[in-house]
Write a protein of this length. Sequence first.
Length: 268
Amino acid sequence: MAQPVSTSQPAVLITGAAAGIGRAIAARFAAAGWTVGLYDIDADAVRRTAEEIGGRTITGAFDVTDPAGWEQALQEFTDTTGRLDLLVNNAGILYSGAFGDISLERQHRLVDVNVKGVLNGCHTALPHLRRTPGSQVVNLASASAFYGQPGLATYGATKAAVRNLTEALDLEWRQYGIPVHDLLPLFVATGMMDEVARGSKSATTLGVHLTPDDIAEALWRTATHQHRLRGPHVLIGLQTKLTGLAVRLGPAWITRSVVGWLSKADSL
C-alpha cells in the first residue's frame, strides 16, 4: 500500500511510468523517499505498478499529446504535493522498418508522442517548476539522435528533436535556475526492443547491454547532481559514449560509413 504523501518530500512526475524504463525510474525514486507521480496512458497498468513499487505515489492517466491532459495532471499532482522538483518526460513510442513501409499515420504518431509530448510537458510544467526552488527537467532521448539510422528514420528524428529542444531550454531556463538534461542510451532491454529488432539490424550487430535499472540509476545521479556534467546531455553506456565521441570528432564520411555498416542498410 502506498504511503501518505508529504509536501515536505521532493516530488517527481514521470510519464510512461507503467512499465520499462519509466517503471524503473519510479521505483528508484520511490525507494529514495521521493513522492512519485506515475502517469501513463494505461490507467490500470500504472495503478498496478504503483502498488508493486510501494512508497509515496500518486497515479494518473492521460495522453501526453493532449495539452489539457497535461494541465489537469500537473494541477492535481501539485495540489497534492505542493511542489514539482523534477519532471521526467519518458513517454515514447517506436515503430521500425523501411521508411516507405511505415504508414503516414504511424509516422505522425511518432512525432506527436515523442516530440509534441515532450514539448507539451515542458511548456505546461514551467509555471509549476518555477514555483519549486531547485527544480529540473530530464527528457529521455536516445543515441539514435546522433545520426540517422535506416529502419529508425522517423524515430531517430524525433529523438534528435528532443536533444535539440533540451539544449535550447537548458540555456533559456537558466534565468529561472531550472536545468534541463536529456539521457541518451543506446539499446535498452525493454519490450520496445522487439520492435527495433523487426525493422533495424543495428541492435543485432551491437547487442543490448543496458537495462531499465541502468537508465534509472543514471537519471537518479543526474537529478541528485552526482554526475559531473559539462552540458545538458547524459550519455549512458560505453557504446553511446564512443558513438558520441566519434560523431563529435570524426569526419562526417566515417560516421556515415560506420552507421551504414552497423545498420546493414542494403539488407532492409
